[in-house]
Ligand binder design. Structure first.
Ligand SMILES: Cc1cc2nc3c(=O)[nH]c(=O)nc-3n(C[C@H](O)[C@H](O)[C@H](O)COP(=O)(O)O)c2cc1C
Length: 219
């Protein structure tokens, strides 16, 4: 069994998404002690910003691609290999500037250029179990002043669930900036509670990150 993990936080220390992913990974490993973990750290080692342009221009393959285009096509193929070879996915993604981190957008865009990801009846990654771990500095729930401002989660769900067909489970921890933002001091208790709940949930979600058992056939 192979677990593929994506990290996207730009920081190592104090990262909530990394803590959630570490915990979920530990849960998965407790159920799959022989399993391997493959990691791609988009936050610390972003993909080259020009790769998508080169790969997108080479789509369709005329045989006259430049060496930069061939290189980008090869990179996209290796990204899709990582996804295809995984039995389960951990996707640890913070919100930045009310949206998806640019490094994650670059990764999704590049993945899209690979011919295996073209629309088809059964998408390449259909039904693969995936755990989306999210951290938000603020709060966006119904009734909060910024309800509707989170443009990251809906887009990520659109891609992972609706386009790639992943069997997606979610875990979002909010108010992560309360600890360091004086304006959010009154929310610190709530934030600590949210983090504790998120970590506990991540552990059980990691333990259960397996394909759904096939429906029993009744004769
Ligand atoms: C440049 C930057 C922009 C951010 N923008 C937002 C934002 O728009 N909304 C929000 O709720 N939090 C925002 N945050 C806070 C992060 O989402 C929060 O700190 C989160 O915990 C980061 O993930 P990490 O803990 O894994 O590093 C931002 C943080 C940074 C550094």
């Amino acid at each position: 069994m192979n677990l593929f993990r994506i990290d996207a936080s730009i920081r190592r220390e104090g990262s909530v998404t990394r803590a959630l992913a570490d915990t979920a990974q530990a849960g998965w490993q407790s159920r799959h002690p022989e399993g391997t973990v493959t990691e791609r750290d988009l936050g610390i080692e972003p993909l080259p910003a020009t790769a998508w342009r080169e790969a997108a221009l080479a789509m369709g393959g005329t045989g006259t691609e430049s060496s930069a285009q061939r290189q980008a096509v090869g990179l996209a193929a290796s990204l899709v290999d990582e996804l295809e070879q995984a039995d389960a996915l951990l996707l640890a993604i913070p919100i930045y500037n009310f949206g998806v981190p640019q490094h994650v957008k670059a990764w999704v865009d590049l993945v899209y250029t690979d011919p295996r990801m073209r629309p088809r009846a059964t998408p390449l990654l259909a039904d693969k179990p995936a755990l989306l771990l999210l951290a938000r500095g603020g709060a966006y729930g119904e009734g909060s002043p910024r309800h509707g401002w989170d443009h990251s989660t809906p887009w990520l769900r659109r891609i992972f669930e609706d386009v790639w067909g992943l069997d997606l489970r979610l875990n979002a921890v909010e108010l992560t900036l309360a600890e360091t933002n004086p304006a959010m001091e009154s929310l610190r208790g709530k934030a600590a509670e949210a983090l504790e709940l998120g970590l506990a949930l991540a552990l059980s979600q990691g333990e259960e990150l397996s394909p759904e058992p096939a429906q029993e056939q009744v004769a």
